[in-house]
Design a protein around this ligand. Structure first.
Ligand code: NAD
Length: 479
């Protein structure tokens, strides 16, 4: 099997070394491709390419950049099938989820194409006789985008879209577990005539290639999505050269279910948001606090709903969720289950790896619900990043708010109660970047996303996300 090329300056190029990393089909465990472990020379070549391209891209009229980005989005739609196919294999997610991800990547490029046309400066009107002041925004420079394995294209597009719209160029490093769709995306965007060097892709491990990208003097910004501990390491390294940093890190998101909750809405919404993508996303629900009055009824509905969620390979169109991406994540889920059971939790559903011919090669874990959970258990305090959720009985919404805030994480929270005044007061007091009340729909490109506390730094999406790629410059003009 040949090692796949890197993507530097508009074309596929081999690494300067032969070291390779296998990429597995997550449902079967088979090796489906080999990707290069990029060398320091590859890192320099990609960053120099991005630096050269930055010179031209930043000068391009905003309308021309927007036109190219819209064309790139269209090219993604035309070639969607190849991206969907790769996502189902390398992430293991069902087809419908992979299709949504590819469409979201195209939509994000379109959204940022428009948002880039709305970048505005300022003129403070100080009525000075002989002087004028202009505050302008400039692209920050070359951006390193480091992305995890759960949503390789969406999480990249949050960064790529904003960077390109701002006038920045990008070197991306996808997760070593899921690099294939990103390499294919680079080909598609180059064919859609995004200028060479505006988007480069290097493959390899984080502690080697990721680290070399962060340490290199060329990039002016690192945009990272991944685990909290990795994010802290990257931020500490980036500080050595004062690079700008955006961090989208882990979550340990609480759901608060009040006595007045509409359980017909709450139970299905909470199930979906606990187990979608096999529980592998940052703002999924990891812990629930249900008021005593509805606790038993709520648990019964969760159990009945969880048992209906079909677990299986992406090749089965009826699968709701696929396998976990790797053994490390599977072991973490199992350790959270084990720990909770040892400390007195009750297993309501799931809890065991699935076996049988359909499941033999992948880490398939069914939706796992642990009742009678409390804060002595890791499932209530650490990010599981798998299909495991703890449910705790509370006496009041007040108690639930206090538990919700008893966390080093602060990404998102979910509140269910028909008492809207109580819900809004709770939303205002919970220390997180996003709160959903009384149902859980998607998160929108027009709204910022990011975390309080250790869940992150800065925001992505929306015009706030674009600002993270712009520097402010003040120009004083003496007349
Ligand atoms: P991870 O932190 O292990 O890896 C993420 C990326 O960082 C990978 O590309 C990896 O190669 C790279 N990396 C690892 N060590 C590095 C280093 N020292 N220097 C530079 N790069 C390095 O995360 P993961 O296990 O792939 O993903 C799961 C985590 O991502 C979870 O904690 C999840 O909550 C988080 N996540 C956050 C968001 C968000 O928007 N807040 C979204 C999705 C996932």
């Amino acid at each position: 099997m040949d090692t796949l090329n890197l993507f530097i300056h508009g074309r596929a190029v081999p690494s300067t070394d032969s070291a390779a990393i296998p990429v597995l089909n997550k449902a079967t465990g088979e090796t489906i491709a080999l990707v290069a472990e990029s060398t320091p020379d590859d890192v320099s070549a990609a960053l120099e390419s991005a630096q050269t391209a930055f010179g031209e891209w930043r000068q391009k009229p905003a309308h021309d950049r927007a036109k190219l980005m819209r064309r790139a989005a269209e090219a993604i739609r035309v070639e969607a099938e190849s991206l969907v196919h790769l996502l189902t294999l390398e992430v293991g997610k069902p087809r419908a989820g992979a299709q949504r991800e590819v469409e979201a990547a195209a939509t994000l490029l379109e959204f940022f194409a428009e948002e880039g046309l709305r970048i505005r400066g300022e003129i403070p009107q100080l009525n000075l006789a002989d002087e004028r002041i202009f505050i302008v925004k400039e692209p920050v420079g070359v951006v390193v985008a480091i992305v995890p394995s759960n949503y390789p294209l969406i999480l990249l597009s949050w960064k790529l879209g904003a960077a390109l719209a701002a006038g920045c160029t990008v070197v991306a490093k996808p997760s070593e577990d899921t690099p294939l769709a990103t390499l294919r995306l680079a080909e598609i965007l180059a064919e859609a005539v995004l200028p060479p060097g505006t988007f480069n892709v290097l493959t390899g491990y984080g502690h080697t290639v990721g680290r070399a990208l962060v340490e290199h003097p060329i990039p002016r910004k690192v945009a990272f999505t991944g685990g909290v501990e990795t994010g802290k390491k990257i931020a500490a390294l980036a500080t050595q050269t004062n690079k700008r940093v955006t961090l989208e890190l882990g979550g340990q998101c609480p759901a608060l279910i009040g006595a007045e909750a509409d359980l017909d809405v709450a139970a299905p919404a909470l199930l979906k948001h606990s187990f979608d993508n096999a529980g592998q996303y940052c703002y999924r629900i990891n812990r629930m606090y249900a008021q005593a009055e509805i606790y038993d009824e709520f648990l019964a509905r969760l159990k009945a709903g969880a048992e209906k969620l079909k677990v299986g390979p992406a090749s089965d169109p009826t699968s709701f969720m696929g396998p976990l991406v790797n053994g490390r994540l599977f072991d973490k889920s199992m350790s959270h289950i084990q720990d909770a059971l040892e400390r007195g939790a009750k297993l309501v559903s799931g809890g065991q790896r699935l076996s049988g011919p359909d499941y033999a090669g992948g880490y398939f874990l069914p939706p796992t619900i642990l009742a009678e959970a409390d804060h002595s258990m890791r499932v209530m305090t650490e990010e599981t990043f798998g299909p495991v959720v703890g449910v705790m009985k509370v006496a009041s919404l007040e108690e639930a708010i206090s538990h919700a805030n008893n966390s080093r994480y602060g990404l998102a929270a979910y509140i269910f109660t028909k008492d809207v005044a109580q819900a809004l007061r709770a939303a205002e007091r919970i220390e997180v970047g996003s709160v959903w009340i009384n149902n859980i729909h998607r998160s929108y490109n027009e709204a910022p996303f990011g975390g309080f506390k250790e869940s992150g730094l800065g925001r992505e999406k929306s015009h706030y996300g674009l600002d993270e790629y712009l520097e402010l410059k003040t120009i004083y003009l003496s007349l």
